[in-house]
Write a protein that binds this ligand. Structure first.
Ligand code: A2P
Length: 318
């Protein structure tokens, strides 16, 4: 069974988080997800990432329960993350309790604000409509997150999709520094400014869609097919995915990769058994950025959205 190295979350106290996590940001057949969770645990995964809006919490919870019932793993050996949906900022405690009930767990290891966006509560089949965006009281939301911590409903709290500017705004009033900022990060969007800022503040950066999000509306082959990544894959006799994951974890970052496929789950775990040379790490760092995230374009394409463009959402840090 493969061993995944741990990162240490600094806030609120030192908590170990496996650097590579099982991602579940794509709805799928519940049984397929639960089976993939059990398979992942057998392979060595201990870190599981979900979110209220993904609709995968119950299936992840069923897989975790099955693995625990079978004696494969105990709850303290697991690291489970979920996220506050953008329509639940007014009731953070209610939202975390619903997530826990879906997951059939007593506590989360990490609870994140999913995005710096607030939308009206409704049944979204797709992206929110014009009139669904509301002003976000980040201070109030973060107080709710801090309450989750105090009540023992989460061991650590953090954010997702936050720019440096938004982290600074949040920290002005925060009693607890966010443990994590989970953001899109991969060789064609490397988030250097954010990485430097988070590192100076003791905030752990975790990459979502590190492989480019294939199968998702914003997915692109430009990440796995990048010529530098391909060249290094041949040089090291590794797959492009393994090169990317090794780059991310060598930087001291976490990565959440979605795969329900046993071979790819195993392949991604085998990204810790080699090292990239300094020169090759620098080669990856020199890959030219490309603007991505069609999803953010849609969220910003609204007269009532507080952000009129992805650049505004990211405070010019794209
Ligand atoms: P699958 O679930 O069929 O394995 P990301 O985590 O960047 O959003 O990427 C998720 C996508 O990448 C999924 O479609 C997943 O497909 C695919 N994927 C996961 N691991 C690998 C890998 N090692 N090589 C190629 N594609 C992968």
């Amino acid at each position: 069974m493969a061993e995944v190295p741990s990162l240490t979350l600094k806030s609120p106290s030192h908590i170990a988080m496996p650097a590579l996590g099982f991602g579940s940001g794509t709805r799928s057949d519940s049984q397929e997800i639960s089976d993939a969770v059990v398979c992942a645990i057998k392979l060595g995964y201990r870190h599981f990432d979900t979110a209220s809006v993904y609709g995968t919490e119950a299936a992840i919870g069923a897989g975790l329960a099955q693995a625990m019932d079978a004696g494969l793993v105990t709850r303290p050996q697991l690291f489970v993350t979920s996220k506050l949906h953008s329509d639940m900022h007014d009731d953070v405690l209610g939202a975390v309790k619903t997530s826990l009930s879906n997951l059939k767990l007593d506590y989360l290891d990490l609870y994140l604000i999913h995005a710096p966006l607030k939308i009206r509560r409704t049944n979204y089949a797709s992206f929110p409509a014009e009139e669904d965006f509301l002003p976000l009281d980040l201070r109030g939301t973060w107080q709710g997150m801090e309450e989750c911590l105090q009540q023992g409903l989460a061991r650590a709290i953090g954010v997702s999709n936050f720019s440096v500017k938004k982290l600074q705004d949040l920290m002005e009033h925060a009693k607890v520094i966010p443990a994590v900022n989970q953001v899109e990060l991969h060789p064609v969007w490397q988030q250097r400014k954010l990485r430097d800022f988070c590192s100076s503040m003791g905030i752990q950066v975790v990459a979502w869609s590190p492989l480019g999000g294939l199968g998702k509306p914003w997915g692109s082959r430009s990440v796995l097919d990048n010529p530098v990544v391909q060249e290094l894959a041949s040089k090291y006799q590794k797959t492009p995915a393994q090169i990317i994951l090794r780059w991310i974890t060598t930087l001291g970052l976490g990565a959440i990769v979605k795969s329900y496929n046993p071979d790819r789950l195993a392949q991604n775990l085998q990204s810790f058994d080699f090292s990239l040379s300094e020169q090759d790490l620098a080669k990856i760092e020199s890959i030219a950025p490309q603007e991505r995230l069609a999803k953010w374009k849609e969220l910003c394409n609204s007269t009532t959205s507080p952000y009129k463009s992805p650049h505004e959402l990211w405070d010019g840090e794209l």
